[in-house]
Design a protein around this ligand. Structure first.
Ligand code: NAD
Ligand code: TYD
Length: 354
């Protein structure tokens, strides 16, 4: 049985990746390593937790000794690394935490993999270290153009700088030690189990509760949205078929200005909640812009599409509607993750920004 370590599997994207792999590959043992920070939640994985090929390990990737021991106990055949601090606004308030988790944590995993896989007596055949990253490492686009795999790195936020740094370390380990690694850089994801600090789930949560929807600046920034299950499928394809040492961009050719997206969401939710047309749009509240706010992200994923045959499966309107349905049907999940500290943090922010 192949042993695959997935880090950050209790988070948003990680939980979809764990679910896909546990269900699709009964001959793999999937180990989900997660610290369970505010963003990690085992409720995201209730439907797979009893499966015989799944095991949860609570642990911290920044603890080098623990990570080395874990690799020597389990001799993983592969790693899909998603664990990270992932929210740009939090990185602006606390950049060091992003360096420690995203950079040091990644280097700890690379070291442990190197020590096990590249040891002269290693019996592990064709191991693979898959680092999951973001398109934000490429910086910001103007009105036109797309990020390709050759676009120069130009991160602006502490979050994207920490992810860029971790990408560079992964490449350095491939170049220096021949650690068999592959990287993907994906655009903004949306879907179920998304923590409501990011734009789409935050807006759904606030529309539902008739609270202001904070739109930064004039809402003219553009993001390229991809359904999270399509990202998980891309990760499956790249993990199994991607070429060692390569990078693959993942995106849905689905660009939206924030304000247009929020208006569409308001329209969908007015219909679903039986509200008057335009009622939810009345909640839109333009607030202070994010410092260093990247104007536009847009991904050219033709390499992944042509070389590995992946394509996004869903139209945005359909994916967004499914996402709204999920949040409305999963009130307990939403209430649980928005209790306690969440209220203090986000309601404080509205006061400050509004
Ligand atoms: P998330 O914040 O929802 O989940 C991160 C997970 O990592 C959580 O379960 C958390 O508990 C865990 N974690 C954090 N620090 C840890 C530590 N020190 N040790 C062990 N576990 C730890 O993030 P996400 O949105 O699911 O993103 C997952 C990965 O995908 C990240 O690497 C992110 O940079 C990347 N990514 C995200 C997006 C997006 O749109 N969300 C797009 C492209 C790439
Ligand atoms: P976010 O979901 O935080 O993802 P990222 O910053 O990684 O792209 O934000 C998506 C876009 O929405 C981004 O342009 C910032 C904007 N935004 C708002 O306008 N209001 C909000 O409350 C949040 C969280 C984001």
């Amino acid at each position: 049985m192949k042993k695959l370590l997935i880090t950050g599997g209790a988070g948003f994207i990680g939980s979809h990746v764990v679910r896909l792999f546990v269900n699709k590959y009964p001959d793999y043992k999937i180990y989900n390593l997660d610290k369970l920070t505010y963003a990690g939640n085992l409720e995201n994985l209730r439907d797979v937790e009893e499966k015989p090929n799944y095991e949860f390990i609570k642990g911290d990737i920044t603890d080098a000794k623990f990570i080395e021991e874990l690799f020597s106990i389990h001799s993983f055949d592969g790693v899909i690394h998603l664990a990270a601090e992932s929210h740009v606004d939090r990185s602006i308030s606390n950049p060091l935490e992003f360096v420690i988790t995203n950079v040091v944590g990644t280097v700890n995993l690379l070291n442990a993999a190197r020590h096990i896989w590249l040891a002269p007596n290693s019996t592990i055949k064709n191991p693979r270290f898959y680092h999951v990253s973001t398109d934000e490492v490429y910086g910001s686009l103007g009105e036109t153009g797309f990020f390709t795999e050759d676009t120069k790195y130009d991160p602006h936020s502490p979050y994207s700088a920490s992810k860029a740094s971790s990408d560079h370390f992964v490449r350095a380990y491939f170049d220096t030690y021949k650690l068999p690694a592959v990287i993907s850089n994906c655009s903004n994801n949306y879907g179920s189990f998304h923590f409501p600090e990011k734009l789409i789930p935050l807006a759904i949560h606030n529309i539902k509760n008739k609270k202001p929807i904070p739109v930064y600046g004039k809402g003219e920034n553009v993001r390229d949205w991809l359904f999270v299950e399509d990202h998980a499928r891309a990760i499956d394809v790249i993990y199994h078929k991607g070429k060692t040492g390569e990078t693959y961009n993942i995106g849905g050719h689905n660009e939206w200005k924030n304000i247009d997206l929020i208006r569409l969401l308001c329209k969908i939710m007015d219909e679903k909640l039986g509200r008057k047309e335009g009622e939810s749009a009345g909640l839109i509240s333009f607030v202070l812009d994010r410092a260093g706010h990247d104007l536009r992200y847009a991904i050219d994923s033709s390499k992944l599409q042509k070389e590995l045959g992946w394509t996004p499966s869903l139209q945005f309107e359909e994916g967004l509607e499914r996402t709204v349905d999920w949040y409305l049907a999963n009130e307990t999940w939403l209430n649980n993750v928005t209790s306690g500290d969440y209220k203090k943090y986000y309601e404080g922010q509205y006061v400050k920004r509004g």
